[in-house]
Every structure is written in structure tokens, then in C-alpha cells.
Design a protein around this ligand. Structure first.
Ligand SMILES: C=C(OP(=O)(O)O)C(=O)O
Ligand SMILES: [Mg+2]
Length: 403
């Protein structure tokens, strides 16, 4: 029934207006799945390779599609993903492109679920999933590679840790996003939005901390449950290897590695941060381990560019005690099976998984299902904006048994 009979690939628009890959997978019994590849801007050095979409599509049509059509079963995700690896033949998807690979992998999963008549999260995670929901991390202020002339820290992320339901959590994040706008207006600070829909004002990080802290407190008082916040520092983007310092341009400060560790540890204590992603350079496991040692008992130290959803890099991190959580971006590694393996390895070793969007997104909501299917404690997918709410609203639908 789930034998793949057609794979179609096309270029579509992503949220930045750039082309990306969309895949359709059709099965013998008429099952259908469609998925779009996201795309990063602050990409990790060790990510699987995203090829220009036209090239990725041509290469996948030549090398992968013939191996799938009439040969593979969409209901057998491992088989599909193994074939994608074999068709590519490299260890970083540089031949067919991780963008083609991930779009086909996710579309096959959806086609498999369609044939089975099961929601995607259940097809991926089994009958006992669907009760637990991830806490959504919502980006409300940001800069870095996602907006020019804004904060040095890439993302200020709201975490409604005490929300009684996913619906309450999603609306709390949107409310904080709204209050941040009011506070910016009160201070006469004009602001556009960055790539992920967060406000991107021309302020330094210190001012952003004040504003987000105040907005979180206001909304916490309104909703009556605990809301905290966290960061994606995206420190690899600030790190200058020549001077071996982290460059905070808006504040005009450079910090060496010890000072960076101290600074982040102080922020964790001062703002009771619940989450800190990529506080240090993507090559510095040792510094990650040092920071984890200091504050890992009170916050999540998450590796995004550090681990790139890669089990080899996660294994190195586990060995060194670097971080206590991993960001999971399926397109960083190329297939859903690889993303699952990273989550399983993390769980086995007490690392929390944070399933994540990219700054360039489509309406695709696979990551919402992936988070529920794997019982991930957090999902990072923005707070507002159509390509972000596609995932948040899908979580609400999953909770309502309406997917
Ligand atoms: C979502 C992120 O941004 P990008 O997709 O640009 O890597 C991130 O760094 O976590
Ligand atoms: Mg990141």
C-alpha cells in the first residue's frame, strides 16, 4: 500500500523570498505527502550541505528518485532515508542536497501516515504519543544574522514553562510579543521585524533584557502561570578566531572565552534564564563543558551549531560534558531518521531535545509532529508570523485531535 509510485520536486518560495525545495510523494494506494525544506541563515559550519534548489532538485531527480519509485515503501521511514543516503553517497548530502533529502524524507513520512490514516505524530511516534506537548520557545526580540542593526544576541526566547496547555502556552508567547511592542513604543524605539518575526529594534542587548524581562512579568501577572525566558546567543557568529574574542558590536565590547563564560553565567543567574543556546563557539566543546559545569543544574545549555543534529558531534559533547540539551533541525542532518537518532541518543544520556524551525521557513508543520512524536520537552518555532504559526497552530490541532 505504501509503495512509492511518484516523487515530484519543485522550487517554492520560503519566508525570506528565497527559493527552496518542495517534495510530493505519492504511493500505490493513493497516499500523498508534501513537505518543504527550511533554510538557515546563521548556519553551523558542520551542517549537511544545502545546495541551490534548482541543482538539488536536478541531482535528486537523477540519483534518488529512480531508487525510490517502485522500490521503496513510504511507510518504512528507515528504508526511505537509507536510500536517500545511498543515492547521495557522501556523508553530508553534498550531492543531492540536504534540502532535497529532507523534503523527500518528510514528504514520505506524511505519505506513509496518509495511507495508514494516522496523524503524522502517531505514525512517527506510535500509539502512546499525543499526550505530552513541548513548551514552545517564542522569539520576541532578535538580531544577529536575522536582522541588521539590532541586538547582538540573536534571539530572546519566551518560555511559558507553567502553561497548563499548549494553547495557553502559544497565546502567552504571542502576548509577550505584543507587550514588547508596547514597551518599545513607550521608549520611542521604532522597530521592524527580523526573519523569524521577532522585533528587531536598534538597541543593545542590555536594553533588550530589560524590555523582555518586563514584558514577561506583565504577561505572567495576566495569565497567572510561570513564564521565563532564554536566549539563542548564536555565539559562533560573534566569535572572531583571530582575536579569539566574542565581538558585541552594539555594545562595543569584546569578550575572551573566560569572560564570555562568566558573562553568560551571570545572565543565567540575574534573569533566571531557563534556556541558553549556543553561548560559545561551535568548535569549543571545552568552554561549553565549563559553562555547563557552572550553571547546567539551573538552565538548559543547548548546542545548535555545536551539535548540528549530528550523533557523532553529540557523542563528543556527551563525552566532554558539553551542554545538557541539543537543538534538532532535520535539515541540518538531512533525514527524519537521522533526527530521530539524535533525539534518542540525547534522551539516553539525559540531554533534552529542542525541536527547531529555521529562520527561512515554509508553511510545513512537520516539526510540530516530530516534537510530539518524540516527546521533546521544547520546540523552538517563533511566536508570530504565518510560517511560524503554521507549526504553533498545528500543535493546537494535535492537542484537539484534529489533524
Ligand atoms: C533558527 C536558527 O537560525 P538559522 O535557521 O538561521 O540557523 C538558529 O540559529 O537557531
Ligand atoms: Mg541557534
Amino acid at each position: 500500500m505504501t509503495l512509492i509510485t511518484d516523487v515530484r520536486l519543485r522550487r517554492i518560495l520560503d519566508s525570506r523570498g528565497n527559493p527552496t525545495v518542495e517534495a510530493d510523494v505519492v504511493t500505490e494506494s493513493g497516499g500523498f505527502g508534501r513537505a518543504g525544506a527550511p533554510s538557515g541563515a546563521s548556519t553551523g559550519e558542520y551542517e549537511a550541505v544545502e545546495r541551490p534548489p534548482a541543482e538539488a532538485i536536478a541531482a535528486a531527480r537523477e540519483h534518488a528518485v529512480p531508487r525510490l519509485v517502485g522500490e521503496a515503501y513510504a511507510g518504512n521511514q528507515r528504508e526511505v532515508d537509507t536510500i536517500l543516503h545511498a543515492a547521495d553517497g557522501t556523508d553530508d548530502f553534498s550531492k543531492i542536497g540536504a534540502n532535497s533529502a529532507v523534503a523527500i524524507s518528510m514528504a514520505a513520512a506524511k505519505a506513509g501516515a496518509d495511507v495508514l490514516g494516522a496523524p503524522l505524530f502517531q505514525h512517527l511516534g506510535g500509539a502512546f504519543r499525543g499526550e505530552n506537548f513541548p513548551i514552545p520557545l517564542g522569539n520576541v526580540v532578535g538580531g544577529g544574522e536575522h536582522a541588521a542593526d539590532a541586538t547582538d544576541i540573536q534571539e530572546f526566547l519566551v518560555a511559558p514553562v507553567g502553561a497548563p496547555s499548549i494553547e495557553d502556552a502559544v497565546f502567552a508567547n504571542a502576548a509577550v510579543h505584543g507587550v514588547v511592542a508596547e514597551l518599545l513604543e513607550e521608549r520611542d524605539v521604532p522597530s521592524g521585524k527580523g526573519d523569524e518575526g521577532a522585533w528587531a529594534p536598534s538597541i543593545d542587548d542590555e536594553a533588550a533584557f530589560e524590555i523582555v524581562d518586563e514584558a514577561v512579568s506583565q504577561v505572567e501577572d495576566d495569565v497567572g502561570f510561570e513564564i521565563r525566558f532564554g536566549l539563542d546567543v548564536a555565539a559562533a557568529e560573534m566569535y572572531d578566531a583571530d582575536s579569539e574574542t566574542y565581538e558585541y558590536e552594539s555594545a562595543g565590547i569584546n569578550r575572551d572565552t573566560d569572560e564570555q563564560i562568566e558573562y553568560i553565567a551571570d545572565l543565567v543567574r540575574e534573569y533566571d534564564l531557563v534556556y541558553v543556546e549556543d553561548p560559545l563557539d561551535e568548535n569549543d566543546y571545552e568552554a561549553f563543558a565549563d559553562l555547563t559545569d557552572r550553571v547546567g543544574d539551573r538552565t538548559l545549555i543547548c548546542g545548535d551549531d555545536l551539535f548540528v543534529t549530528n550523533t557523532d558531534r553529540l557523542t563528543e559533547g556527551i563525552d566532554q560534558g558539553a551542554g545538557n540539551s541539543i537543538l534538532i533541525k532535520p535539515n541540518q542532518i538531512g533525514t527524519l531518521s537521522d533526527a530521530f537518532d539524535a533525539i534518542e541518543l540525547a534522551t539516553e544520556h539525559g540531554y533534552d531535545s529542542v525541536v527547531s524551525h529555521r529562520s527561512g521557513e515554509t508553511e510545513d508543520a512537520t516539526i510540530a509532529h516530530l516534537a510530539v512524536a518524540t516527546d521533546a520537552p521544547f520546540i523552538k518555532t517563533g511566536a508570530v508570523g504565518g510560517e511560524r504559526t503554521a507549526k504553533l497552530n498545528e500543535l493546537i490541532r494535535i492537542a484537539d485531535d484534529a489533524t
